[in-house]
Design a protein around this ligand. Structure first.
Ligand code: FEO
Length: 392
């Protein structure tokens, strides 16, 4: 198996992981993933761009063998995380002449993670070029896509951007060149939500460096290649912007239905007022979909019963996830039902210090929600709609 030919001299030689269902022991991968590595051949030099997860080293080396590769001059390491770098030690042993091209910070991180000798590195400055013979690689430092050491690599003559995690998708598919972006845009949004959103403002600062490039193809390190670069840049411009949509995310747990009644009532009240809403019952929700909904929501509502004087642990977990992902939401509210006491509002708001949100008045019923509680939910819906009307 030779991998997949992108064009003459540029070949995908990575691995498809159809079965993986969890990344970082946290992130759901309902559609598996791929670890994309690329073989680029100039008339003088042969380059491997990124490697694969160490569990798939054999797939990568067999692709290289099938392509007749007996010498690799450079291995580009756009990102030190092990799903892209983990095969480096084996490849360096196999190709003793190969130098690693990476950022200075990437060198340090690769040495920390993989104990690679100093002399195997050739760090590259932002904007540096390496000639391959008829082909030129340009390295663009792009921190925090997804760790601080990251860069992307541009193949100038072919107008291909090797973007590593940036613009990726956890989406296992056989034909990596033949899938239209529209078909996997939801997986790209999921990937952005789970991996990139925490670094949104930092990524936005570097994005002009990439948006200015003439692009025919984006070759990320996860998921299908992107043959419509303008489309992926367009959706990222929206996701990365500070402006949320007229949308609320309502995530709740209900033990005895009181909070469920309140969540459903508030959801309908919001729709009545023209506010889009996505509702997640946290006992069974896909946290990836919750993350996706938070990409552009203006308001996050958490619904909780009181358990042992505090918020339900699943709601506290969702709040912690939101705090880690740092979505652009401007407003937050807590609703729910309490029996004999507790301080769930203070607890949950204390779990989201990273969110720059205005806390709206909470609505807490004592036991079953009654007329007064539903009136308070109507008022909360009014407030959310009014706040969203001022978004700019
Ligand atoms: Fe695909 Fe941040 O590694």
């Amino acid at each position: 198996m030779k991998g997949q030919v992108i064009k003459d001299g540029v070949t995908w030689v990575g691995a498809i992981d159809w079965e993986r269902r969890l990344f970082d022991e946290l992130i759901p991968l309902p559609d598996g993933t791929t670890y994309n590595a690329y073989l680029v051949r100039g008339s003088d030099k042969t380059v491997l761009i990124d490697t694969v997860d160490p569990l798939f080293t054999e797939a990568l080396t067999s692709h290289l063998e099938a392509n007749g590769v007996t010498r690799v001059d450079y291995i580009v390491s756009n990102h030190a995380e092990q799903d892209h770098s983990g095969s480096l030690p084996m490849l360096l042993a196999r190709f003793p002449e190969a130098k690693i091209l990476t950022t200075p910070k990437g060198k340090g991180m690769l040495q920390d993670l993989l104990e690679i000798a100093d002399e195997r590195f050739q760090p590259v400055a932002d904007g540096a070029r390496v000639e391959l013979g008829g082909r030129t690689l340009r390295f663009i430092h792009f921190p925090f896509v997804h760790w601080p050491e990251t860069m992307v690599t541009y193949l100038e003559e072919d107008r291909i951007l090797f973007s590593c995690d940036l613009f990726g998708s956890h989406y296992a598919v056989g034909n990596l060149m033949g899938t239209s972006f529209q078909a996997f845009e939801p997986e790209t949004k999921r990937y952005y939500a789970e991996i990139m959103m925490p670094f949104r403002t930092l990524i936005a600062k570097s994005m002009p460096k990439v948006a200015a490039l003439p692009l025919e193809l984006i070759a990320p390190s996860h998921g299908p290649l992107i043959t419509d670069p303008a489309a992926v840049l367009r959706v990222h411009a929206d996701w990365l912007s500070d402006l949320p949509h007229n949308k609320a995310v309502l995530a709740f747990v209900s033990m005895h239905d009181s909070t469920r009644h309140m969540a459903r009532y508030l959801a309908e009240a919001l729709v009545d007022r023209g506010v889009d809403v996505e509702v997640f019952g946290l006992a069974s929700a896909d946290l990836g979909k919750l993350a996706m909904a938070m990409v552009d929501a203006a308001t996050i509502v958490l619904g909780t019963p009181v358990v042992a004087a505090g918020a339900h642990p699943l709601v506290a977990y969702a709040a912690s996830i939101a705090n880690m992902l740092k979505p652009k939401a401007r407003f937050a509210a807590i609703i729910g039902s309490q029996g004999w006491g507790g301080k769930p509002v203070e607890q949950l708001l204390g779990l989201i210090p990273n969110l720059k949100v205005e806390a709206l008045p909470p609505v807490l019923a004592r036991g079953l929600p009654r007329a007064g509680d539903f009136a308070a939910l109507d008022q909360l819906a009014d407030t959310i709609a009014a706040k969203h009307a001022t978004l700019n």
